[in-house]
Write a protein that binds this ligand. Structure first.
Ligand SMILES: [Zn+2]
Length: 147
């Protein structure tokens, strides 16, 4: 699925020469529209490369640039951040999983990543409830099966 570009000013140009070796998985605690609104607000100070939900894939930041998603700048420089429409009481939809697995498969091919060790949950970077109801192991296993 080709992403639809959405606006954000919340990123750093380039990656200061850092290679991409992680994909960081997030949940929005809301819909994709909520992520669009948060990232479009320059005072929020947050962004991600991609957001998935309600049958759509949005891109906010080029993979060439550093998005502000992990709460840790060195991790931001080395990673691609993907947001998923979900909440504590609402798991991601089947459509959201399908789009995520497609995207993560392509990214693992593009950057030579091992899905079992290089697709990581936000809560492995900093203390947070994120990615909440996202079943990360399902994504890892489906990507591994496709590589
Ligand atoms: Zn997160």
């Amino acid at each position: 699925m080709q992403p639809i570009w959405k606006t954000t000013e919340n990123y750093t140009s380039g990656r200061d020469g850092t290679a991409i070796d992680r994909i960081v998985i997030h949940y929005i605690v809301g819909t994709l529209a909520a992520a669009d609104a948060t990232f479009a607000n320059s005072s929020s100070g947050v962004s991600a490369h991609y957001g998935i939900g309600e049958g759509s894939l949005h891109q906010y930041v080029s993979e060439l640039n550093t998005a502000w998603h992990a709460g840790n700048f060195p991790m931001n420089q080395r990673s691609i951040g993907i947001e998923h429409s979900a909440s504590p009481d609402r798991a991601p939809s089947e459509s959201t999983y399908e789009i995520s697995i497609d995207l993560c498969t392509q990214l693992c091919k593009d950057y030579g990543l091992d899905p079992q060790t290089q697709i990581i949950p936000h809560n492995s970077v900093v203390a947070t409830a994120c990615p909440g109801t996202v079943n990360l192991q399902r994504i890892r296993d489906a990507v591994e099966a496709r590589l």
